[in-house]
Ligand binder design. Sequence first.
Ligand SMILES: Cc1cc2nc3c(=O)[nH]c(=O)nc-3n(C[C@H](O)[C@H](O)[C@H](O)COP(=O)(O)O)c2cc1C
Length: 446
Amino acid sequence: MKKRIQLAFDISWTHVESHWRMPGSWVDQHHPNIGMFEEAARTAERGGFDLIFLGDSTGIPDTWKGSIDDAVRYGVAWPRFDMSPWITAMSRVTSHIGYGLTYSSTFMHPFYTARLLNSMDHITNGRMAFNVVTSQRRADYGNYGYDELPDHNDRYDRLEEFIDVCRALWTSVDPDAFVWDKKTGIVADPAKVRHINHKGKYFKVKGPLSVVPSPQISPIVLQAGGSPRGTKAAAHVADHVFGLTKALPLMVKQREELDVALVAEGKDPEKVGILWSIRIIVGETEAEAIALRESLMEGVPEEAAGVWLSHNSGYDMSQLPPRFSLRELQERIVAANASPVGFVGLLLKKYGEHAEITREEFFRHGLHAATGYSLTIAGTAAQVADQLEEMFEATGRRGGFMISVSQGAPRAIMLNIIDYLVPELQRRGRYRTAYTGRTLRENLAT
Ligand SMILES: Cc1cc2nc3c(=O)[nH]c(=O)nc-3n(C[C@H](O)[C@H](O)[C@H](O)COP(=O)(O)O)c2cc1C
């Protein structure tokens, strides 16, 4: 039997890339509006999707020119809400689809987070996933008492301990601890409720968690580390992993590196899928899809791309000279403790260690990355399905794809995926025709 491709929708972004100006955009009068999120969730469930994903970063970008002005002006990476209450509302109009919520292990406390996710797992009937991130953007840190980003590897040490504590808390009350015996007045059996007495490098937590165990006990943990240290952490904590779609050999390499890290953790690589982040435009004809993809680039000012690139790399790209060495730029980004595997890291892989690049070339690539253009595959349902199958096969047939649909983009982008691509994948035996599990964990396993 053919392995099923999993699909998720990433609706993290609102109108970051100027797509909100396009006809049919969800934004405008609809954002922020819970009705829009509910419609997106219902639509994704109609398409049998595994997950709706909501990423997060909390600070308004301020690395570009040392100011928030251009970010505010062009709507780059803002506005963004704490999505936990919105997920609660979306879950009430759906029954099967899962929800991925993002919090930072650098800023949050595991006791609070474990308790919140337990509540949400109850409300959603076992459909919660937790995307745990270390946060790599300076703007986020300014809101939590830091002047600079802490060491990249230390952040991952803390992330691993954070999830170890969450899991200990989630299992600190046995599923059968509650008896609610009206005759004796006994609520729960003390033998089935334990302190965790955790004393680690970052956290001291006594426990137990003061709640009823939730349907999944431990919500699904997602992680997206792409550097060597990030990959090791993903292997330690994650049930499922996020990856960035890039040149196919680099995706194959990432899968291989994750498998090695999983084996080192004593885990079975067959059980841990990667959802590759991608953008997809499906048209009734190839020409229609390609025209829509080209239009994504229209009217995006260089400043907006600069804000986005500077925010993600921790380096003010407005300072770039007319010509520069990519290696030197990458060294500055790494020295600032941002991710070594971001946009400039990928450019280095493309052009080689000794490459020099002009400011114009750099911003041309930057615009493609910031608008999502470089991650977008466009075509008919059959053409897109061919490409997805090729990537899925080459990367070990575990997991699938997370399709980014900015709410600023025309609504038809999401609808065409559901109405054209999903049936095509079903015809090929690559996609579910019904949800069979009770919880997200069960649905991901089938
Ligand atoms: C699909 C995907 C989703 C991500 N979501 C978030 C997010 O919501 N918030 C965030 O701060 N970082 C997010 N990241 C960044 C990762 O957590 C990670 O920092 C990045 O992949 C670089 O890897 P490294 O941390 O190992 O250097 C995401 C990455 C990917 C590929």
